[in-house]
Design a protein around this ligand. Structure first.
Ligand code: ATP
Length: 249
């Protein structure tokens, strides 16, 4: 079953497109990695999916619906963890979690159980009454992660999650993703940590200058690049060389 469909999407910040005719989909229970150079268009792709930017052409469907057709259902079908944490300075960790629970209409017993387990998992039990100004970078990231995993949407959209997290935090995040995947949720994750992407993603989208250069499993990508033993790092470097070759041509 397809959860997310991105069909022929073109879009950007000005009239000049940043994304060119992107087409991909994510199935139920799939973890898909969005990989590409700085400026390739990963965050822009995510902004189109979460609806903060509108495509100039093409359409995006989440569980079969576009944002326009049913904004409330569309918004409640995904959880988003941004690259840079966005927190309310005047709210404590507890209040951030409560606000998320209210926004997603979480039942109070479900909220209590999930909150306690997330606090333990991310080692933040003792920080419940802290304000963001006292959090380290990684702790701020963890607040966003805990808010995202408090709810159970069809799709988690995670923009570069590993930067700033300590190794235990990274492991907890990967464990959470694995559990939610097993429960049927899908994940779209952009990252530059290629070894982790290679290990954990079911499929990879290689984005290059706002276009999809290749997509598929690691074996599919190896076949596309004619590099049967390549790691994702090798494939990525090959894609970079193509870019340099194009510039020289
Ligand atoms: N707010 C903005 N206004 C205008 N152009 C932007 C804006 N944000 C990004 N861009 C441009 O859009 C293109 C894609 O940027 P995007 O942030 O999507 O890349 P990315 O793949 O997420 O990169 P990174 O790995 O550095 O996070 C770049 O050329 C960038 O300069």
């Amino acid at each position: 079953m397809t959860v997310l469909e991105v069909n022929n999407v073109t879009g950007g910040y000005t009239r000049k497109p940043v994304l060119h005719d992107l087409t991909f989909s994510i199935g139920k229970g799939e973890l898909v990695g969005l990989i590409g150079l700085n400026g390739a268009g990963k965050s822009t792709t995510i902004k189109h999916i979460i609806g903060t930017m509108n495509a100039t052409q093409g359409e995006i469907r989440l569980n079969g619906k576009t944002m326009k057709e049913d904004p409330a259902i569309y918004r409640s079908s995904f959880s988003y963890i941004p690259e840079t944490p966005v927190l309310y300075d005047e709210l404590t960790l507890m209040e951030h979690l409560q606000l998320t629970a209210m926004a997603y209409n979480l039942d109070s017993s479900v909220f209590e159980a999930r909150k306690d387990s997330l606090l333990k998992e991310f080692r933040m039990e003792k920080r419940l009454n802290w304000f963001p100004s006292h959090f380290s970078k990684g702790m701020r990231q963890k607040v966003m992660i805990m808010c995202a995993f408090l709810v159970n949407p069809s799709l988690y959209i995670i923009d570069e999650p590993f930067v700033g997290l300590d190794p235990l935090g990274i492991q907890s995040l990967l464990d959470q993703m694995k559990t939610r995947k097993e429960e049927g949720a899908s994940v779209l994750m952009s990252t530059h940590i290629l070894s982790t992407a290679e290990k954990f993603c079911d499929r990879i989208l290689l984005l290059h200058n706002g276009k999809i250069r290749a997509q598929g499993t690691m074996d599919d990508l190896r076949a596309i690049f004619h590099m049967p033993y390549a790691t994702l790092d090798d494939l990525y470097i090959e894609m970079t060389k193509e870019q340099q070759d194009e510039k020289l041509a």
